[in-house]
Design a protein around this ligand. Structure first.
Ligand code: MIC
Ligand code: SF4
Length: 637
C-alpha cells in the first residue's frame, strides 16, 4: 500500500499523523546551502547556541555568486569557509560545481532526507530520497537538530510508459508535466515517478525532472531507488550507498498522471513562465540570438557530451552567442578526458565556469529584444538581466541543433549520437574541504556582512497598502538577483533598496515614508526561489502582513519565519476592491487564533472584510514572537 515517498517520510516521522494536509515533523539527515542564501543561514545558525551541526552531513557550496567584482563576494566566501569549519560543515569551494549537481554526484543517498536553502534541492529526488528546498533559517534549524515542519503532502503518481524517441529528452518530460499541472499545480504535493518508462532513464536524466519539479511549486519529486540508481552510485565509486527502495505494487496515491514517452515531442517553455508550453515544431525557423547551455537542470556529463556530439565538426551560427556552463568540476574533467571539450571549443562556444552563471543573471544578459534559448529551469520576466528579452527553456538537444542553424530546430530530424553514462566517473574530492571543528580558528566576517535585522513582537497592525501585484509573482520580482544585487545578500539594509525594484521603483521610498505596511497579491505569491531575502527585506522595510489569494510553500514559511502574517483572501473579489495606499487595520490579531478568520477594516474606503491565515499553532507562536529567530532565542534563554 505504500509509495516510496510515504516510506521515507514514515521512517523520518518525529511528530504528527501522516494524513494529507495535517502538520507533521520529520527528521532531516542532511542539509545543503549555497553562498547566495548561505551567509544568512550561517549567521542565523551562529545565534542558535550550538557547538556543531547535528546532521549526518551538511555541505556548504559556493556556486552562485562567483563574479568577485569588489571585495564583497570574496568576503562572503571566506566567511562561509571559516564558519563551515567551525561548525562541522563540508565546504565545496567556488569552481567545484553547482550545489545540486555535486550533491548528486558525491553526497546524495537513497532513503535519506535532505533540506537545502535552494528551491532546486529536490534534484536529489533522482536518487530516491526526500529532498526539499526551504528558507535559510529552516535549514539552520535542521542543522541544529530541530525537526522540519510541513503539512503532509498530497501524493501524485506520474506514470511514464514507453521510451523517449531520438531527439526527445528528459527535459521534455518535465515540460510536459508543467503543461499538465501548471506552476501552481504541485503546491502541497510530492510527485512520485513510476512505470516502465522510468527504467531507461538514468539518474542524471531523472535529476532534470526532479530539479524542475520545483517549477510546479511541488514540495519535492522523486524516483524509486532501482537498478539505475545502483549503476550511477557504483560509477561514482559509491556502490555501498545503494539500497533498493520501491513502491508497493498496490501503493496508494491521491492523483495519477500518465505520460506516454513514445508520443512525446521536443517542447519549449515560452516567455515568461515555465508552464507556458509549446512544441518546438511550432517555432521551427524562428531566429535565435543567444543560447545558454548549463545550470543545475541540464549540465551533467551526459547532457554536455550529447551537446558536444551535435557540435562536433560544426560551427555555431554567426548571429548566435552560445555559452556553456558546466555542472561541476567532475563534468568538466570528464569532458576534457574524453576529448569532447575540444569539440565544444572549436565549434565557437563560449566556455564558462562550473557555476550557476547566466541562470541567476551573473553575466550573459542577452541583447535588447533578444530571443534567448536556455536549458535552464526558469524564464521569469527580467531574470536574464534584459527586460525586453524573451527566454525559451529547452533541452540541450534543441539548444545545440538550434545553435548551429541560428533558428529554432527540431533535433528529431538531425542525426547525432546520444551520449551514454561513462563506465566510471573521475573522483577527486579535493575541492570539498573536510571540517576540523577547530574553534581557535577565527570566523572571518568582512565589512559587508551585517547583523541580522529583527522585528519586535506582534502588537497592532494599522498601516497602508505599499504595493498591489497580480498572480504568480516570483521571488525574483520581490527581490531580484543578478550581478548588481547579489553582492548584498549578507546586508539586508542595503539589499532592501532593490525590493520590487523591477516592477515598482517607488516601493522602497514608499515604505520608508510610511514605515512599511501591507503587500496585496494574487495567486501563488512568492513562487520560485527559496531566497528568504524576499521576506527579510520587506520585513526590514516594515511590511507586517501580506494579503494574497494563495502562496508558494517556501515563501509562505519564509514570511512566517520573518514575523510577517501571510493572510489569504476569503473572498477573492475583495482583492479587486483594495487600492494602493488604502489604510488597513487587522482587528483581531491579539492573539491570532487557529482556524479563526482575521477581520480587516479598510479605513480609507470604510468597509470590513475577512481573511484567513491557515497557520498552525506553532506558526502563530512564531509570528507572535516577531519571527522564528526570536522564538528560538527565547527558548534558548
Ligand atoms: C534560483 O534559481 O532562483 C536560485 C538563485 O538558485 C534561488 C536561490 C537564491 O535566490 O539564492 C533558489 O532557487 O532558491
Ligand atoms: Fe543555480 Fe540556476 Fe540552479 Fe538556481 S536554478 S541553483 S541559479 S543553476
Amino acid at each position: 500500500m505504500k509509495s516510496v515517498a510515504y516510506k521515507i517520510l514514515e521512517k523520518h516521522l518525529v511528530e504528527g499523523e501522516m494524513i494529507q494536509g495535517e502538520p507533521i515533523k520529520i527528521h532531516i539527515d542532511t542539509t545543503l546551502t549555497q553562498d547566495a542564501t548561505g551567509t544568512m543561514t550561517y549567521l542565523q545558525l551562529e545565534k542558535m547556541g550550538i557547538d556543531h551541526v547535528k546532521t549526518d552531513c551538511s555541505v556548504s557550496y559556493v556556486d552562485h555568486n562567483t563574479l568577485q567584482n569588489g571585495f564583497m563576494n570574496a568576503d562572503d566566501h571566506r566567511y562561509l569557509q571559516t564558519v563551515a569549519n567551525a561548525y562541522g560543515v563540508y565546504f565545496s569551494k567556488a569552481g567545484n560545481g553547482i550545489c545540486h549537481q555535486v550533491q548528486l554526484e558525491r553526497f546524495d543517498k537513497p532513503g535519506q532526507t535532505l533540506l537545502g536553502s535552494d528551491s532546486h534541492t529536490p534534484t536529489g529526488g533522482a536518487m530516491g530520497m526526500i529532498a526539499m528546498g526551504a528558507g535559510g533559517l529552516d535549514v539552520a534549524c535542521a542543522m541544529a537538530g530541530i525537526p522540519f515542519s510541513l503539512k503532509m503532502p498530497k501524493l501524485i503518481n506520474v506514470k511514464l510508459t514507453g521510451k523517449l524517441r531520438h531527439g526527445v529528452a528528459a527535459k521534455d518530460i518535465i515540460l510536459k508535466v508543467l503543461e499538465v499541472l501548471s506552476v501552481k499545480g504541485g503546491v502541497g504535493s510530492i510527485l512520485e515517478y513510476s512505470g516502465d518508462g522510468i527504467d531507461s532513464l538514468t539518474v542524471p536524466e531523472r535529476s532534470t525532472i526532479t530539479n524542475m519539479g520545483a517549477e510546479l511549486g511541488a514540495t519535492t519529486s522523486l524516483f524509486p531507488s532501482d537498478e539505475q540508481t545502483k549503476i550511477f552510485l557504483e560509477r561514482q565509486g559509491r556502490g555501498s550507498d545503494y539500497i533498493e527502495l520501491k513502491a508497493d505494487e498496490d501503493a496508494k496515491y491521491d492523483q495519477v498522471i500518465t505520460i506516454n514517452l513514445d508520443e512525446l515531442v521536443p517542447l519549449v517553455a515560452a516567455p515568461h513562465s515555465p508552464d507556458n508550453i509549446e512544441t518546438v515544431d511550432c517555432l521551427v525557423g524562428k531566429k535565435v540570438d543567444q543560447i545558454c547551455i548549463g545550470s543545475c537542470t541540464n549540465s551533467s556529463f551526459t547532457d554536455l557530451c550529447t551537446v558536444a556530439n551535435i557540435l562536433k565538426g560544426k560551427k555555431v551560427h554567426p548571429d548566435v552567442s552560445l555559452s556553456i556552463s558546466f555542472g561541476s568540476k567532475q563534468v568538466l574533467e570528464m569532458l576534457a578526458k574524453c576529448g569532447v571539450l575540444n569539440d565544444l571549443l572549436s565549434s565557437g562556444a563560449r566556455l564558462l565556469e562550473a557555476t550557476c552563471g547566466p541562470c541567476i543573471g551573473m553575466g550573459q544578459s542577452p541583447k535588447t529584444d533578444a530571443i534567448s534559448l536556455r536549458t535552464f529551469n526558469r524564464n521569469f520576466y527580467g531574470r536574464s538581466g534584459t527586460m525586453s528579452a524573451g527566454v525559451y527553456l529547452v533541452s540541450p538537444e534543441v539548444a545545440a541543433v538550434s545553435a548551429i542553424e541560428g533558428v529554432f530546430t527540431n533535433p528529431m530530424h538531425v542525426e547525432f549520437e546520444k551520449a551514454q553514462m561513462p563506465e566510471s566517473y573521475i573522483i577527486d574530492d579535493s575541492m570539498i574541504l573536510v571540517p576540523d571543528l577547530d574553534k581557535t580558528k577565527p570566523i572571518e566576517k568582512g565589512p559587508n556582512i551585517k547583523d541580522l535585522p529583527s522585528k519586535s513582537a506582534l502588537s497592532t497592525i494599522d498601516k497602508k497598502v505599499m504595493i498591489k501585484v497580480e498572480d504568480n509573482i516570483t521571488t525574483d520580482h520581490i527581490m531580484p538577483a543578478g550581478a548588481k544585487v547579489l553582492p548584498f545578500r549578507s546586508n539586508i539594509e542595503k539589499i532592501s533598496e532593490f525590493c520590487f525594484g523591477q516592477i515598482d521603483e517607488d516601493f522602497f521610498t514608499r515604505c520608508k515614508e510610511n514605515k512599511g505596511g501591507f503587500i496585496i497579491a494574487g495567486e501563488n505569491y512568492g513562487q520560485g526561489s527559496s531566497r528568504e531575502h524576499a521576506a527579510l527585506a520587506p520585513m526590514y522595510l516594515g511590511i507586517d502582513a501580506v494579503i494574497a489569494k494563495s502562496y508558494a510553500r517556501i515563501h509562505q514559511q519564509n514570511l512566517v519565519n520573518s514575523g510577517i502574517i501571510p493572510c489569504v483572501f476569503k473572498n477573492p473579489s475583495d482583492y479587486e476592491r483594495i487600492q494602493l495606499l488604502d489604510e488597513l487595520e487587522l482587528m483581531n490579531i491579539n492573539p491570532i487564533k487557529v482556524d479563526q478568520p482575521i477581520v480587516v477594516a479598510n479605513k480609507t474606503q470604510g468597509y470590513t472584510f475577512e481573511v484567513e491565515h491557515n497557520l498552525t499553532e506553532e506558526q502563530i507562536e512564531v509570528i507572535q514572537c516577531g519571527g522564528l529567530l526570536n522564538k528560538i532565542k527565547k527558548s534558548v534563554a
